[in-house]
Design a protein around this ligand. Structure first.
Ligand code: OSB
Ligand code: MG
Length: 368
């Protein structure tokens, strides 16, 4: 099939409440929505690079540049026959994984729709519904935190993750454990600590946490391996894992016992599935992370999380946890039992609301 056109849209959507982490506070989500057009079918993808280089070195503008000047020219107006061959055209481009993953996601949707199968089916998913969790930003007070957690538990969420940073760590965890002794609870530091903070991190070991996500350097594996040796609680790496090779290094060095897979961070669904398969072979649990995606990116994450070794609840929450109104129909919802249905329709399995998409578009460019 021939790729007729590719459209990029820079979108900006307001979050229902500000999301504070050790990296800063987000009031809005800015991503790139990608549409690939071929033989009357539209394939949709979301590039999760943000407006700033605080989580990842990529930004909306670097992704736009790499997509426009290097990735898109290898496919637009050209024939494509399968995903593996198409993405191999970008092998020589170093880094820029979020840019690559965004276009790869649109191709997965396109190929799935062409075969009239769901994304989950095309990826080899085995679940009709997935267990979901929620990621809660740093709160102003203990009372605010308890109220938020209580609300999400009432909605059904299977596990709670709170963001931490030095000074906002032991106390919130202690208080949550006191009020909710049995919930699945985990923390995410987004690289806010160093080995100098060992004593503080070690205290977190007393609260039966499911895992501690990315406490140390955002590209570090070695220091995490030193830390993991001293902790009962599993370390889960997020930022440090960019590829299957990173995952192998981290696991062989004992730097973590769990891996958070985000398709954007590792360069796409193909690499995500490779990491998933390697972890399954080595009995390492994985879960699907999130980047505050719109329903387009969320659909891909839900499909990915339907694979067998995604045994821990992901950072995949209902549309309404993020936005007043999502850009897909139907929106993603969470069942009372903390599960989310995996769409069964072809491709991403949800419709893009074009009017809303246009409303949230800051700029767009069409390539043909
Ligand atoms: O570290 O997992 C993270 C959001 C943006 C950037 C990094 C992270 C996050 C989240 C939110 O924790 C997960 C979600 O609900 O999408
Ligand atoms: Mg994280």
């Amino acid at each position: 099939m021939k790729v007729e056109s590719i459209e990029l849209r820079h979108i900006k959507m307001k979050l229902v409440s500000p999301f504070k982490t050790s990296m800063g506070t987000d009031f809005f989500v800015e991503h790139i929505i990608i549409k690939v057009q071929s033989d009357g079918i539209s394939g949709w993808g979301e590039c999760v690079a943000e407006g700033n280089p605080f989580y990842s070195s990529e930004t909306i503008n670097t992704s736009w540049h790499i997509l426009k000047d290097f990735i898109i020219p290898t496919v637009v107006g050209k024939k494509i026959s399968n995903i593996g061959e198409t993405i191999s055209r970008w092998n020589h481009i170093r880094g820029h994984r979020m840019a690559k993953a965004g276009l790869e996601a649109a191709l997965w949707d396109l190929f799935a729709k062409r075969k009239n199968v769901s994304l989950s089916k095309l990826m080899g998913g085995i679940r009709k519904k997935i267990d979901v969790g929620v990621s809660i930003g740093i709160q102003k007070s203990e009372k605010d935190l308890l109220k938020k957690v209580e609300g999400y538990i009432r909605e059904g969420y299977k596990r709670i993750k709170i963001k931490i940073e030095p000074g906002y760590d032991i106390n919130p965890v202690k208080s949550l454990r006191k009020h909710f002794p049995n919930i699945l609870l985990q923390v995410d530091a987004n690289s806010a600590y160093s080995l100098k903070d060992f004593n503080r991190i070690k205290k977190l070991d007393d609260y039966n946490l499911l895992l501690i996500e990315q406490p140390l350097g955002y590209e570090d594996i070695y220091q995490h391996s030193k830390l993991q040796r001293e902790l009962k609680t599993p370390i889960c790496l997020d930022e440090s894992i960019h590829s299957l090779d990173d995952a192998i290094a981290a696991l062989e060095l004992g730097a973590c016992r769990v891996i958070n897979i985000k398709p954007g961070r590792v360069g796409g669904f193909t690499e995500s599935i490779k990491i998933h398969n390697y972890c399954m072979k080595n009995k390492i649990p994985v879960w699907c992370g999130g980047m505050l995606e719109t329903g387009i990116g969320r659909a891909g994450n839900v499909a990915l999380a339907s694979l067998k070794n995604f045994t821990l609840p992901g950072d995949i929450s209902a549309s309404k946890r993020y936005f007043e109104q999502d850009i897909v129909e139907p929106e993603f919802t969470v069942n009372k039992d903390g599960t989310m249905k995996v769409p069964e329709g072809s491709g991403i399995g949800v419709e893009v609301n074009k009017k809303l998409l246009q409303k949230f578009t800051i700029s767009k460019e069409l390539f043909r």
